[in-house]
Design a protein around this ligand. Sequence first.
Ligand code: R5P
Length: 290
Amino acid sequence: MSKLSVIAGKSSEDLAKKVSKKIKADFVKSGIRIFADGESKITLNGKISERKAIVIQSIHPPVDTNLVQTLSLISKAKEISSEVIAVIPYMGYARQDREFLPGEIVTMKVLGKLFKCAGASKIIAVDIHSMIGFKHFKIKAKNVSAIPELVEYIKKMKLKNPLVISPDQGGKDRAQEFAKKLGSNYIALEKKRDRKTGKVQIKTKNVDVENRDLILVDDMISTGGSIIKATQFLKKQECEKIYVACTHALLMNDAERKIKRAGVTKIISANTIPGKTSIVDISNTIVKAI
Ligand code: R5P
């Protein structure tokens, strides 16, 4: 048996397989049966190393189900392995890292306790929504970025005088980093989100994007609301084509169709979440972090 095992959660099986191959670890698959009441019955298919186990599982929808499965895998791994690393390519709940409105529960605090208690000694995430989330974790926490790989993909597309756009001020640093790697420039729009309804509005009035291809860059797309509003605004500004590059494409309900209808030519995302748009592989980045 190898000194290293990769335990693949069902939601990240392909990515875990890639990582496992690259680090020459034993690959342990998990079989899942969902009971009629929603409970997960998990069965591991393979032996876990006594030295080190790496659990790989994204916490994307169904978020709570994938979270419980992740914690269960970590807990089982810790019964056998002396060290357990949790690789969470998409860290669900990361947007709930502070109390925005009075009375709101900071769920990332709860997750911090749960991951430690389950037995993880280190957690690695890809483009976590904000590093504030990891401040609630009392174990080693590392964030790695999919931006270099996303940029490499975009470079090959040979866009016309590209301009990087963040749909909001919160994503300004991300857009700046993206633009620097791409060798172009960037702007960050002013977005306002109603904290009660979740509805977004673009407050920016004018931008100079004429005759340029645009790349809207974000950490994640959930409902598509942010990207759709930004696209509708940019389309009125006489730009050329609009592309979207994001790490985590959740694309809830029919977000993809709505985004395309708003005028986006192509959505490019990383394989932190499996899906049609997840064409950028970030397994090398995860391997480096491990
Ligand atoms: C917000 O600050 C995030 O960076 C994303 O822009 C947001 O979570 C995307 O959500 P949605 O697609 O629902 O607008």
